[in-house]
Design a protein around this ligand. Structure first.
Ligand code: ZN
Length: 259
């Protein structure tokens, strides 16, 4: 009986440890810093963070969200990403059990979480995640049941191709660069991992969300009409929605007309 509680709890805690590492990636990758060394340091006073002050979730609250040395406030984003990654691990465990699919979807989620926050902060999607992501997703298709090898290959082509065409049309019509090349590579990565059906869903759902939320942002701040909301987070969110609810969502959409 005990494992009923301990295993999920362990999964959540291990997930939040991964989240702690993702925070390092989110901060360092766009700045061109190594993600391995040096050890985590306070962005304000550069003091290395002691291992006992680097416990996921717990340390942030024990220290009141401040640096032990200089009292600089740490962003709430750090514990948020840790909790999010832990929660994602737990949700995937509940959905897939301790299977290869669990590990592969968790790796995909980790990549998507890093991409989301880097895109929000810097408006870029680093190639160092998306390009290896395409290769790893394709390799996993040989072993994992998420997408067949054929579906994965078609997913890469559909993901890379479709957004490229949309971006090209948009640029020709508006003479403005709307979607970055990073989005194209991200969608190819999602296609590699989840197959071409996921691309249709992800593109549709992300555009819907992007239009709704983008429209709301435009209404709120009238001056910044050309404020470009990054599209990556919508693509990432939609891909994860597909992992959890894809088949049901597609069935719901196809049956929509019959209600
Ligand atoms: Zn400090």
């Amino acid at each position: 009986m005990a494992t009923l509680v301990y295993l999920p709890l362990t999964i959540f805690l291990l997930g939040s440890c991964v989240g702690s590492f993702l925070n390092v990636g989110i901060y360092r990758l766009p700045r061109g810093l190594s993600i391995i060394s040096p050890r985590s340091f306070c962005p304000q006073c550069q003091t290395p963070i002691k291992p006992y002050d680097n416990i996921p979730l717990l340390s942030y609250f024990l220290l009141g969200g401040k640096c032990r040395n200089c009292q600089a406030r740490f962003s709430w984003r750090y514990p948020f990403v840790e909790a999010l990654t832990g929660g994602m691990a737990l949700a995937l465990f509940v959905k897939f059990g301790l299977s290869l699919t669990f590990f592969s979807t968790f790796a995909l989620s980790a990549g998507l979480i890093v991409i989301t926050f880097i895109d929000l902060d810097h408006r870029i999607i680093p190639d160092v995640i998306s390009l290896p992501g395409i290769a790893i997703g394709f390799l996993l298709a040989f072993f994992d049941s998420l997408a067949t090898v054929k579906d994965s290959l078609l997913g890469i082509i559909a993901g890379g191709g479709s957004l490229y065409v949309v971006a090209l049309v948009y640029e020709t019509l508006t003479k403005r660069e709307g979607m970055g090349g990073g989005d194209v590579k991200l969608l190819a990565m999602i296609g590699a991992w989840l197959g071409w059906k996921a691309i249709l869903f992800t593109l549709f759902f992300a555009s819907l969300l992007g239009t709704l939320i983008g429209g709301m942002v435009m209404l709120i701040q009238k001056e910044g009409r050309h404020y470009a909301i990054p599209f990556g987070p919508f693509l990432a969110f939609s891909a994860l929605a597909y992992v959890f609810f894809g088949p049901q969502l597609i069935a719901w959409y196809l049956n929509w007309g019959r209600f």
